[in-house]
Design a protein around this ligand. Structure first.
Ligand SMILES: Nc1nc2c(ncn2[C@@H]2O[C@H](COP(=O)(O)OP(=O)(O)OP(=O)(O)O)[C@@H](O)[C@H]2O)c(=O)[nH]1
Length: 411
């Protein structure tokens, strides 16, 4: 399905010792062995793609002005950075064996979302559920049982804080209701978990702003680009006009994935050969304003919170978006891979501290036995969980429902 969106080695990721310094040079792929389809060096002439109206290039450490200026000779940026590419008009480079999202989405629709969520959570459920089934099988509620429950919750990646919270809460429920039998514990635990993660369920509304700008962030390979494709389709299906900003300028393949996807789905993609992420997002918002676009989805390159210069770079992207649209970005969304387990909480904290997150996407729940991390996030940094991803197909991203999640986990 979205396999063309990402089949890349992780060593393609920008590293802390990346040669390009955001403040001094255009971002380049740090690893010269990276399998990019074509090199995009600063001296390479622009590719022979249809060129939209010229857009000013910006010095990397300057905020672009709100009106297009003549580039300052002293701050000239290599010509390729100033070449915007727009789709669907532009012929997209064909990635190897691209999947057709629409065509493949059809069979997926045979399953209801609840069924897919349940299937997606199968790994977590089989780990957590089997162990819990053993606990809830019968017998009396005693300290041994609580100890076992603690171990089960910890191994489902709920983390120490959430586990302690849930145990305390379950104990209270047990004593309040006078529960005696272990079989009655399941209901108490479900209620506790629902109460803990319920506040994360805050669906994202894109109404009231035009364009509504969603900026994506996350570590390498978390699922940003894939989630953008899914979100674009999601909002398109609600009748919204969507535009994509190919702000992942580190990885050429990311731009091409978006462009290929945009072409197939008739969604305009604003991209540049080279250039920097902030300039791409700025251009996209200007174009979106001019064309009455409802939702702009801005991709950014993956980065680790420990890569401080890259964290500074993404802060700059946000500042530049604010130049283009003063109350934007309207959503700063962190994509986290469910397989990350407890490290996901660390990522949420770090990106939240740097950017002020307003929402999360938890991707790849399907491949993970660590779905309990939602409880850890709820306890330690409760940023609204907007969407969960349970597969690579176009329909495998849906608004988070705490009730569906708890039911899929236990039933
Ligand atoms: N099984 C599964 N795979 C997913 C999901 N979301 C994304 N993927 C896969 O994860 C891989 C990485 O996804 P990308 O969207 O390219 O990740 P990214 O965050 O844009 O990566 P960078 O550009 O390197 O930062 C791809 O193979 C996707 O198909 C999901 O919900 N479930």
């Amino acid at each position: 399905m979205f396999s063309f969106f990402k089949r890349k080695p992780k060593d393609n990721a920008p590293q802390a010792n990346a040669p390009a310094t955001p403040e001094t040079a255009p971002i380049q792929a740090p690893d010269t062995t990276a399998p990019v389809p074509e090199p995009v060096p600063a001296v390479t002439p622009a590719q022979p793609v249809p060129v939209a109206e010229p857009v000013a290039a910006y010095e990397r450490d300057e905020l672009p002005p709100t009106s297009a200026p003549a580039p300052d000779a002293g701050h000239a940026v290599p010509a390729p950075a100033a070449v915007p590419i727009e789709l669907p008009e532009a012929p997209a480079p064909a990635p190897s064996a691209p999947a057709e999202p629409d065509a493949q989405a059809v069979p997926e629709r045979k399953l209801s979302w609840t069924e897919r969520l349940k299937a997606g959570l199968a790994k977590t459920r089989s780990k957590l559920g089997k162990q819990l089934a053993g606990l809830f099988g019968g017998g009396k509620i005693d300290e041994d049982l609580y100890e076992e429950l603690e171990t089960v919750l910890l191994t489902a990646d709920m983390g120490v804080d959430a586990t302690m919270h849930l145990l305390g809460d379950v104990r209270e429920r047990v004593s309040l209701k006078g529960l005696k039998d272990a079989s009655e514990l399941k209901g108490a635990l479900k209620d506790s978990l629902l109460e803990l993660i319920g506040p994360l369920e805050q669906p994202l509304s894109v109404e009231g702003k035009q364009p509504f700008v969603i900026m994506m962030a996350g570590v390498n390979g978390a699922g940003k680009t894939t989630s953008i494709g899914k979100l674009a389709k999601y909002y398109q299906s609600q009748g919204k006009k969507v535009m994509l900003a190919a702000g992942d300028t580190f990885r050429a393949a990311a731009r091409e994935q978006l462009m290929a996807w945009g072409e197939r789905n008739n969604v305009t993609v604003i991209a540049q050969q080279g250039g920097d992420a902030a300039a791409v997002c700025f251009d996209a918002i200007q174009a979106a304003k001019a064309r009455g676009i409802d939702v702009v989805l801005a991709d950014t390159a993956g980065r680790l919170p420990t890569q401080l210069h890259l964290m500074e770079e993404i802060k700059k992207v946000k500042r530049v978006i604010q130049k283009a649209i003063p109350d934007g970005p309207h959503e700063v969304m962190l994509v986290i891979d469910a397989n990350t387990g407890q490290n996901a909480v660390t990522q949420v904290k770090a990106f939240d501290d740097a950017l002020g997150l307003t929402g999360l996407i938890l991707s790849k729940l399907d491949g993970s036995a660590k779905g309990g991390v939602i409880a850890a996030i709820a306890k330690q940094r409760p940023v609204p969980l907007r969407f969960v991803g349970v597969g690579e197909s176009i329909d495998d991203l849906r608004p988070f429902s705490a009730r569906d999640y708890v039911d899929a986990l236990f039933d």
